[in-house]
Design a protein around this ligand. Structure first.
Ligand code: ZN
Ligand code: ZN
Length: 139
């Protein structure tokens, strides 16, 4: 996995000012496999002693998603977000809401087949969303 750039670099690269709240939120969502809901992000920030209002987390994620720094995954349950970073797609468990990332480079066959069948070329990041049941819920 390639390392994501420093949160400051990411924010500035998307034309955003580096406020303390934004820096913390980008850092929190930067791990490649982390897809957190607003409530989960807020709980984690609180645990680390950062007093931030849930509305701030929500507004920040709206801003970051609007400029393409993060993307949203709409599953059952709350919307989850992650920093785009390494191109990836998502699988979502429709029972427990678990979100997992799948590296785009491991799906080039599927992406090629979709384009062949439909003429539509899936975007390299976040365009495929597969619903199903995870190993825990699937029995
Ligand atoms: Zn993602
Ligand atoms: Zn599940």
């Amino acid at each position: 996995m390639t390392e994501l750039p420093d949160p400051r670099v990411l924010l500035r690269g998307h034309g955003l000012r580096c406020t303390p709240g934004r820096l913390q939120i980008v850092a929190l969502f930067s791990a490649p496999t982390r897809h957190l809901s607003i409530a989960e992000a807020w709980a984690e920030l609180n645990q680390t002693g950062t007093a931030v209002h849930p509305t701030t987390v929500y507004r920040t994620l709206e801003t970051l998603t609007a400029v393409g720094l993060t993307h949203a995954v709409y599953g059952p349950g709350p919307t989850r977000y992650c920093v785009r970073g390494e191109p990836h797609h998502h699988v979502v468990c429709q029972d427990c809401g678990l979100v997992e990332a799948l590296a785009h480079e491991r799906l080039t066959d599927a992406v090629g087949r979709i384009e062949e069948l439909t003429g539509l070329r899936p975007d390299a990041s976040g365009s495929l969303l597969v619903y199903g049941r995870c190993a825990k819920c699937g029995t």
